[in-house]
Design a protein around this ligand. Structure first.
Ligand code: R5P
Length: 297
């Protein structure tokens, strides 16, 4: 979204709309493009159904919608479907959907027989209502783009994390840690950005019924400082379990980096109680004031 590197005529014919989930980010993106958000009425009926109206001419225009499908994911997805539909019906040439955090991405296959593949359902619906392109950030798995049939730009916060880690000027032996084996690719990429900083990965188990997270094994050596890096923090249990294990293995200073602050349930309380120094997240999800805590940056 670097406006200076884009053709200004292209940007002038572009319209940008915001859903209700992450207006601060939509405003920042619009500002970067030297645009204002285009008017969109999102009316909520007493029964919580929504009525969407595009309040600007969009015929033959390239339109962008910013909507994070974070909690409440169901509501935000429905709102997004209606905005895409409203734009297409109003004559938009293209609709690019910016979903900084893509909800339901963890349900990308059948884990236990009889389950729905929720990600496929939302992808099919977005395409059915007219999404032409998707821009998203740090997907849970590199296989997720295969679910979509439209072009996808998959952005990453890893360069920002690398920069922040450098700025911390850690003098002791430091190691990057993936809190589960699924995050190993992410941690290797970050290690490359940090002159091959050593990395380790934790073997994590989550009971699909109870949600209880356990971890006893770490692959790799642990130094005094550990940087846990994950795609998202939801309940906070993964970070809690990883931090405990790292302390047991000798880490004295632990930082957490996560792209998506989903922060459901008791995440704030759980994270505050852990031994971690700081939790760094991005603004793919707008974290409400009541979920802020001193360690959060
Ligand atoms: C799981 O594979 C993800 O990468 C995250 O570790 C997980 O979704 C975090 O969830 P929670 O905070 O609920 O443990």
């Amino acid at each position: 979204f670097n406006a200076s590197s884009r053709d200004s005529a292209t940007i002038e014919c572009m319209k940008i709309f915001s859903g209700s989930s992450n207006k601060p980010l939509a405003e920042k993106i619009a500002k970067e493009l030297h645009l204002s958000l285009s008017p969109l009425e999102i009316h909520v009926f007493p029964d919580k159904e929504k009525r969407i109206q595009v309040q600007e001419r969009v015929v033959d225009e390239d339109c962008i919608i910013v909507e994070s499908t974070a909690p409440p994911a169901n509501e935000n997805y429905m709102e997004l479907f209606f905005i895409v539909d409203a734009l297409k019906r109003s004559g938009a040439k293209t609709v690019t959907v910016v979903v900084p955090y893509l909800g339901y991405q963890r349900q990308d296959h059948v884990f236990r027989s009889g389950e729905a593949v929720s990600l496929e359902v939302v992808a099919t619906t977005l395409e059915a209502v007219g999404m032409d392109k998707l821009i998203t950030v740090d997907l849970h798995s590199i296989k997720i783009p295969e679910v979509f049939h439209v072009p996808i730009a998959h952005l990453s916060a890893l360069p920002l994390f690398a920069q922040k880690i450098k700025e911390l000027h850690i003098q002791s032996k430091a190691v990057l840690v993936s809190p589960d084996m699924g995050g190993i690719r992410r941690i290797k990429l970050l290690s490359e950005m940090l002159a091959d900083m050593p990395y380790a990965a934790i073997e994590k188990e989550r009971n699909l019924q109870s949600g209880v997270v356990t971890a006893n094994v770490i692959h790799g050596d642990i130094g005094q400082t550990a940087f846990i890096v994950d795609d998202m923090i939801s309940s906070g249990k993964t970070i809690e379990t990883a931090a405990k294990l790292l302390q047991e293995k000798g880490a004295t200073t632990i930082y957490v980096f996560a792209s998506h602050p989903v922060f459901s349930e008791e995440a704030k309380e759980i994270l505050e109680k852990t031994a971690v120094e700081k939790v760094f997240v991005t603004d793919t999800i707008d974290v409400p004031e009541k979920k802020h805590f001193p360690k959060l940056e």
